[in-house]
Design a protein around this ligand. Structure first.
Ligand SMILES: NC(=O)c1ccc[n+]([C@@H]2O[C@H](COP(=O)([O-])OP(=O)(O)OC[C@H]3O[C@@H](n4cnc5c(N)ncnc54)[C@H](OP(=O)(O)O)[C@@H]3O)[C@@H](O)[C@H]2O)c1
Length: 403
């Protein structure tokens, strides 16, 4: 039975949707979270608690945990995480949410084996699976149902947009061609790697105002970015920096160009600017800090003027004018002038949905700017970003639910 219509945005749809979406708890769309017991999955549970549009009715994980109560698995994960915290007491490792942040009804759900789940009865799947598993499962889920994914499985597919709410909304057009070409009634909408997220949000106003020629970035990434494997990293980052994260640099370089590229004839075309990344792991629980250098296409003779213009570009940037979505933070980008951002102090701004920019300097060698950006890797960089994207596409009528 066809339940999902992937449709083009139209004004009439939008009005109908807005009327349909006036919050009435009984009319919330039923959604599933697969990978619900992982670090990103835990944040999806938090983002969807008491959500006015979506209700979590199904949860999936590996076969090992199938049949167990979700709340019991989360409780045992918190015990493992606090044991690792004792091994590195400076880290304050806190990878899974407390029961209050998830809610009693969801904690009582029984986990299903994600590999055999039939998702045709839900309106949306939030997939927080490892990439190796996601490749097969997300394609199967999308046969009936829209899939919002944090995994890398579909990110490099030319017919698949790398969608970021508030950054490249026009690329959502590709979801319709993806679904048609693959014979799906749903689609797969992957979000980017968590390091790419803060970089893309912070670069978007500069791309619009000046144009970008090249980007150099060094990341200082939190250990929650490694998911459950982060527990085992707690000791390795004790008083230490790990200057290598497998596959990460190439992902940032590819994904940033795709996000800022074009979408023509049902295919994505990467932007032409150069990107050079160095990715490191640091002893921080949450929040990826990025040291960014950007060469701008539009040069300014007066560097003080350039800095002021960049600050104005960030402060004026509001891709959400007149939009009201449940997961939107009060401020999309916060610009600091106090030496920050610092992850411990600033990572929870906007509930982890605000990107924070600071240390803005001009750089004559680069022909542009240097700055530091911070974003929450498991919230905006994973689950929160996926939920916001689903809200954005639903609100714009890119997909609808026929029940
Ligand atoms: N952590 C971040 O900051 C972040 C940011 C952006 C994107 N991502 C991406 O998001 C995805 C999830 O990341 P994570 O950090 O949450 O990982 P994680 O903590 O390792 O969690 C993985 C989840 O997938 C489930 N799973 C593992 N193997 C499975 C299998 N063979 N079949 C079905 N389910 C399986 C696990 O279930 P069990 O508990 O039963 O093992 C768990 O629920 C990954 O693709 C990651 O690259 C993560």
């Amino acid at each position: 039975m066809t339940r999902i219509a992937v449709s083009r945005f139209g004004a009439a749809d939008l009005i109908a949707l807005r009327i349909a979406l006036v919050p009435a708890p009984s009319s919330r769309l039923p959604v599933a979270i697969v990978g619900a017991t992982g670090v990103a999955g835990g944040q999806a549970l938090v983002a969807l608690k008491d959500h006015p549009w979506f209700e979590v009715v199904r949860v999936g994980a590996s076969a090992t945990n199938a049949g167990r109560r979700l709340g019991d698995v989360l409780a045992s994960r918190r015990v493992e995480s606090s044991a690792a915290s004792r091994a590195n007491d400076e880290l304050a490792l806190d990878l899974w949410p407390d029961d209050d942040a998830v809610g009693a009804a969801t904690l009582d759900l029984v986990l299903e084996d994600a590999t055999t789940m039939d998702v045709s009865s839900v309106a949306v799947v939030f997939s927080m699976l490892p990439t190796s598993t996601a490749a097969e499962l997300e394609a199967r889920f999308a046969v009936t149902t829209p899939v919002f994914s944090t995994a890398a499985a579909f990110r490099d597919e030319p017919d698949t947009p790398l969608l970021m709410a508030g950054v490249n909304p026009i690329h959502s057009e590709l979801l319709e061609t993806q679904a048609r070409a693959r014979g799906w009634r749903g689609f797969v909408a992957p979000g980017p790697n968590c390091t790419t997220v803060g970089l893309a949000v912070s670069l978007a106003p500069l791309a619009t105002r000046f144009g970008i020629e090249a980007v150099h970035v060094t990341s200082m990434q939190a250990i929650s970015g490694a998911g459950m494997a982060g527990v085992a990293l707690a000791d390795a980052v004790r008083g230490n920096v790990l200057p290598f994260i497998a596959d990460e640099e190439a992902k940032v370089e590819r994904e940033l160009r795709k996000i800022f590229g074009g979408a023509y004839d049902g295919m994505t075309v990467p932007a032409r600017f150069g990107v050079s990344a160095t990715c490191t792991r640091v002893p921080v629980c949450d929040g990826h800090t990025l040291s960014v250098g950007v060469t701008l296409s539009a040069r300014r003779a007066d560097l003080d003027e350039l800095r002021l213009e960049a600050l104005e570009a960030w402060r004026d940037h509001n891709p959400w004018a007149r939009r009201k979505l449940p997961s939107l933070p009060e401020r999309w980008i916060d610009v600091l002038d106090d030496g920050g951002p610092e992850p411990r102090r600033d990572v929870t701004r906007g509930g982890g949905m605000t990107t924070v920019v600071g240390r803005v300097r001009t750089d004559p060698v680069l022909g542009g700017l240097k700055y530091v950006a911070l974003s929450h890797n498991t919230v905006l960089g994973a689950a929160g970003g996926s939920v916001l994207l689903a809200e954005d596409l639903l609100d714009r009528g890119v997909f609808t639910w026929a029940g």
